[in-house]
Design a protein around this ligand. Structure first.
Ligand code: FES
Ligand SMILES: [Fe+2]
Length: 435
């Protein structure tokens, strides 16, 4: 079956099979997941020479290291001898990695440095320089680390595109507007969900239609605003224009708002004076640094295909890691402002844990939906009845003339499934490519 039979862009429908078919899943791993730049972590996780952490690059298991030259490497965590993971820890500091099976050892840049019985049994002939750990292409962008094992994928800047680079840079600016202003707090939060990875991806890409799901948590004050809301920012929608941005050539999507004027600092009633003092000063500094751009509030989005992020008072980046058609592992990095006092970092950490991840009240709602919806893709008759993505089709309006919001993106100001349609159109175009 071709991807064009699965997705009908004109009608705004798509086959349920793309969520449940293992045959389609096998092809999408090769054609959609592998040929991409993936977020693999953050430089704050490897500040010193010898620091490392285990991560994923698409479906590959990798080690991210900082070597003695200061360079960051992304290495396949698979011994070249028989494939054992050479690193069995989540993170740490080491001079090298020694495989626990036969004892081959590798330097922090992946070079094969030690082979037991090298002289006696390989007669010194094994060409060590050819048997190092497989290295990914790496790009560092304002502290975020990206990698791909695909040589045919364009350079990182071209893959992301100039508009999304602007949003990604903004995402990684601290509350005071400083570039690379965040650090990772704690370890990487990891959990599995029994659903297809695209349920999460399309939700982050543009779903502002499911507020209904979160009505119960909206009645609580999980945020720091002190208001009955899950968010920290002011709920007043007359002050800001929600926007949905999508890059049709690349499949990336963003949800954001633009305030009509640079907003005043909003006191977080549920937080301490110390926390408010930090955020008030940071807000003033951000307005000074960014000027008119301080009107932008990023809510979240997806860097195609499976890197996703949340912002607007809770900066997190994650990846949907496909395991099978009906199972996904989620890895989520939680960020706090690097220069903030400990009380601010603690306040944010607690907010993240109330909000997101397997214990978070908001994400539990989402996961319940995706898991139950997955079952709706698995019946024998289900493939005859496509899903509906027609919300606000044809009603896309270019929201604002502001050039800085992007030149190559479509911008829509009404609630829509336009971002999801762009995501799936790009998915279909990737599925038509030869691996
Ligand atoms: S599998 Fe690593 S040394 Fe044999
Ligand atoms: Fe949600």
């Amino acid at each position: 079956m071709t991807a064009s039979n699965l997705i009908d862009n004109e009608a705004g429908t798509l086959s349920r099979d793309i969520f449940s078919s293992e045959e389609i899943f096998g092809r999408e791993v090769k054609r959609v997941i592998a040929p991409a730049w993936s977020y693999v972590g953050h430089t704050s996780q490897v500040p010193n020479s010898g620091d490392f952490f285990a991560s994923r690059c698409g479906v590959e298991r990798v080690i991210v290291t900082r070597d003695p030259s200061g360079a960051i490497n992304v290495l396949s965590n698979s011994c070249r001898h028989r494939g054992m993971p050479v690193c069995r820890y989540d993170s740490g500091n080491s001079a090298d990695f020694t495989c626990s099976y036969h004892g081959w050892s590798y330097a922090l840049d992946g070079a094969l440095t030690g082979v037991p019985k090298f002289r006696e049994l390989y007669q010194g002939k094994l060409e060590k320089e050819k048997w190092g750990l497989i290295k990914a292409r790496v790009s560092i962008f304002h502290g975020s680390i990206w990698a791909t094992f695909d040589d045919a994928v364009p350079a990182f800047e071209d893959y992301i595109g100039e508009d999304m680079l602007f949003y990604l840079r903004t995402l990684l600016q601290g509350p005071d507007g400083e570039d690379d202003g965040y650090e990772v707090i704690g370890g990487i939060v990891k959990w599995q969900v029994p659903c297809n990875w695209k349920f999460g991806a399309e939700n982050f890409a543009g779903d502002h239609y499911h507020g209904y799901s979160h009505l119960s948590v909206e009645r609580l004050s999980v945020g720091t605003s002190g208001k009955k809301s899950r968010h920290n920012f002011a709920a007043d929608k007359t002050a800001r224009q929600p926007m949905f941005l999508a890059d049709p050539a690349r499949g990336h999507t963003i949800r954001a708002s633009v305030y009509r004027e640079v907003p005043e600092y909003t006191v977080q009633e549920a937080a301490s004076d110390e926390v408010n003092d930090y955020y008030r000063k940071a807000h003033e500094e951000k307005c000074r640094r960014l000027g008119d751009h301080a009107r932008l509030l990023i809510h979240g989005g997806v860097i195609f295909p499976n890197t996703h992020f949340n912002s607007a008072g809770r900066t997190t980046i994650g990846v949907w890691l496909p395991i099978s058609a009906a199972r996904t592992e989620v890895w989520r990095w939680l960020f706090v402002p690097r220069n903030a006092p400990a009380v601010v970092k603690d306040t944010l950490r607690e907010y993240y844990l109330r909000y997101a991840g397997p214990a978070g009240l908001v994400e539990q709602d989402d996961m319940e939906n995706w898991t139950a919806a997955q079952r709706g893709t698995e019946g024998l008759m289900s493939s005859k009845y496509p899903f509906n993505y027609q919300l606000a089709m044809g009603l896309e309006r270019r929201a604002r003339p502001d050039e800085w919001l992007g030149r190559n993106v479509t911008i829509t100001e009404n609630t829509t499934e336009h971002n999801q349609r762009v995501f799936y159109a790009h998915w279909a175009s990737r599925m038509e490519q030869q691996p």
